[in-house]
Design a protein around this ligand. Structure first.
Ligand SMILES: Cc1cc2nc3c(=O)[nH]c(=O)nc-3n(C[C@H](O)[C@H](O)[C@H](O)COP(=O)(O)OP(=O)(O)OC[C@H]3O[C@@H](n4cnc5c(N)ncnc54)[C@H](O)[C@@H]3O)c2cc1C
Length: 410
């Protein structure tokens, strides 16, 4: 069975790996000219670690993990007011791992040298017949596949072409975030400096074997910011964080020179169904929980493992497999999306004038470091529960099965 995958992010690369293991023939199309390596450090938690183990890449991920040792919480003048262990600050428990998004994706790419990847192209049109999917690309010649997996991220192209405009499914949480590389002029060694108040957080960190450091800024906003205009985005970030002292003015000045500026709104994708006939969405494209959940990468890994496993279990009968995928994933996704909504609600609580938000703000002014630690620890318990709220099936007996034909065709 020939399966086209749109997007070479964590979801796309992982599903390609597993599909190949079960004898399917995956092809990936990625719009970027090479693997996109920008972005933040991301976490793999709970049951998602099993996906790494079963793919034989857990040790590689541990070796390449960020190994963050410490977080220094500072006040708005840059003075250190509190310290936390790196794992505690990042909500990690047990064997949870933190790694750069690009490093994880490079490890996944190295696992699939024999899979065809078309870089620098994108799907232009999709037409489904009873027997197949005809795909036209922007640059390459049209081709026919049995199935199409849309794992092309929050602003998915496949979702737009098959299910309709993004606005129908996207729920902005009213929070924007950006991250970009800066010189490690502070000589940070696996250390993070962070400033947090309700509605604003900013920081800088350098992880293991990173020559540079990364600056990040996140803020709540009740007005919509154009997702593709970098000039406006950078100006807004400067306006909002221009009042901070310490290292922050210098970090903001590096923003104009950086070549890996990432900016997006924290949004979730809510859909009643993730599939339409021979097309299915996966990862952020289907069920983005937003960076506020801290679970985007784990959801991509788990979803990719289950989708490929269910296709193998159903011997390529995609209708059965897609139904099973929804059934297994829905409760897990709902719980993890709730994490993002709760975190966003707390972050934006200053915008509401009620006794609770008043109290939180007062306490935040009195004991900023300790209160941040309290909220982080409370969220860690919730994240841990959600990250372990699914148990992965063992599909290993199917590894010898070779699925070359579409069983739904006569
Ligand atoms: C450059 C980048 C930086 C990121 N940085 C952060 C971050 O700092 N913090 C955070 O929490 N999350 C970040 N994310 C999101 C995070 O990677 C995902 O939440 C998570 O890993 C889920 O992965 P995914 O594979 O579903 O989606 P993604 O990681 O978004 O991967 C989607 C892939 O699809 C590709 N794509 C997009 N459009 C098309 C198209 N038309 N045709 C073909 N391919 C297409 C993209 O280039 C990308 O490679 C970032 C995503 C990207 C693309």
């Amino acid at each position: 069975m020939k399966i086209l995958i749109s997007g070479a992010g964590t979801a796309g690369l992982t599903v390609a790996y597993w599909l190949k293991q079960y004898g399917f023939t995956p092809t990936i199309v990625e719009s970027a000219p090479t693997l996109r390596t920008g972005g933040y450090k991301i976490d793999v938690r709970g049951e998602a670690l099993q996906v790494l183990h079963r793919a034989g890449i857990y040790d590689a991920v541990v070796t390449a993990s960020t190994d963050m040792q410490e977080a220094l919480l500072v006040d708005k003048h840059g003075k250190v007011i509190h310290k936390m262990r790196g794992d505690a600050f990042g909500h990690r428990q047990g064997n949870d791992q933190e790694i750069m998004r690009g490093t994880l994706n490079q490890i996944l790419l190295d696992q699939i040298p024999e899979i065809e990847i078309i870089f620098g192209d994108s799907i232009q049109s999709i037409s489904q017949t009873n027997d197949a999917i005809e795909v036209e690309f922007q640059k390459n010649s049209p081709r026919t596949f049995d199935l199409l997996i849309g794992s092309d991220g929050l602003h998915s192209n496949v979702r737009r072409l098959v299910f309709g405009d993004e606005q129908k499914f996207s729920h902005e949480l009213g929070i924007y975030l950006c991250v970009y590389s800066v010189p490690n002029y502070l000589n940070l060694d696996r250390t993070e400096i962070n400033y947090t108040e309700l509605g604003r957080t900013a920081g800088v960190w350098s992880s293991r074997s990173d020559k540079n450091a990364k600056a990040y800024f996140a803020f709540s906003s009740s007005t919509h910011i154009e997702p593709r205009d970098t000039v406006i985005q950078q100006q807004v970030v400067k306006n909002i964080f221009g009042t901070l002292g310490g290292e922050f003015p210098k970090l903001l000045n590096f923003m104009a020179e950086t070549n890996d500026f990432y900016f997006d709104s924290a949004s979730q994708i809510h859909m009643n169904s993730w599939s339409s006939n021979r097309v299915i969405l996966l990862g952020d494209a289907a069920y983005c929980a937003s960076p506020m959940s801290g679970q985007g990468t784990s959801l991509a890994l788990v979803g990719a493992y289950i989708l490929a496993g269910e296709l193998a279990l159903a011997k390529g009968n995609y209708q059965i497999a897609f139904n099973q995928f929804e059934k297994l994933m829905r409760p897990y996704i709902t719980l993890n999306q709730e994490l993002g909504m709760k975190a966003a609600k707390l972050f934006r609580s200053k915008e509401k004038s009620n006794p609770l938000s008043w109290l939180i703000e007062k306490l935040m002014n009195l004991l900023p470091g300790r209160l941040v630690e309290f909220f982080i620890n409370r969220a860690t318990k919730r994240i841990n529960r959600a990250a372990n709220s699914i148990v992965l099936k063992d599909y290993s007996l199917l590894l010898t099965h070779v699925c070359t034909k579409d069983p739904t065709k006569s």
